[in-house]
Design a protein around this ligand. Sequence first.
Ligand code: SF4
Length: 333
Amino acid sequence: MPKLLEVNALKKHFPLKAGLFGGTTGYVYAVDGVTFSVDCGETLSIVGESGCGKSTVGKAILRLIEPTDGEVFLDGVRIDNLPLSKLRPLRRRVQVVFQDPFSSLNPRQRVGDCIAEPIVNFGLAKNAGELQDRVIALMDKVRLPRDAIRRFPHEFSGGQRQRIGIARALAPGSDLIICDEAVSALDVSVKAQIVNLLSDLQDELGLALLFISHDLAIVEHLTHRVAVMYLGKIVEITDRRTLFAGSHHPYTRALLSAVPVPDPTAIRQRIILRGDVPSPINPPNGCRFHTRCPYVFDRCRVEEPLLRSVGSGHQSACHLEHAPDVDVIPKAA
Ligand code: SF4
């Protein structure tokens, strides 16, 4: 499959200012050299705890914040250094759905106008009739009732508001949608409905999704591949099946240990990580995970592990030769 999005060694370091003259006293290393790609029609999930830098990656791709370093290519065109005037036509192809649909929708705009806005902005409808037809088609696609067109966002539940956000993201004919914790604020059953909707839309429209989430249980049902982030870096990247059945990195193992096992006769051994996530202002030397890793050894404290191949299409940034023991055990054991 052709690569739609390529991200090479992306960095975002936020300067820390202090003193009378606002001099830079240090940096928050929010994203520190992240490389991945998304194919046409593919879902790549970026997962990790709060503060690991995953949302910053999404914002840097969208140029909502300017990257510090690295390269971003959309369909072979480098977009991270493109002047904003030249970036605009490409923006049509990459849209975003945020966690809180209410704050990203204009409360004074009717739902129909809200969905129509990107179509108007990019000049994609020849006349008012075509615009209305496109808005109704999008509402049908995301399974919103047609009478929603004249109503306001506050009249809808969280799940329906997220459908409005998805319709708006689809409106300019996008190829890639960045879903930034798009289902995190929803109830479990509504979460599942939105995930199913995204999956159906992907099948129907050949969309690519960059799905940013802290919840591995949700991405299991949607994703083709998963990149796990810790303190600004990707520590493991592989396909969904391999990640859930044979992950390599101890941090991924710990995240997975919190995911419920569907088999009621088995339990997963919970791995409780010690301590808090270190500050991205002063990340640990060596392996950034070494202060919390149950398998830490001397080398980890001094030498940073680079992403290396540990299987077909499977990379892990860990000095361990082999993955730790499988952690799902039968209940009777
Ligand atoms: Fe743990 Fe060492 Fe692997 Fe880091 S490199 S994850 S500290 S075993």
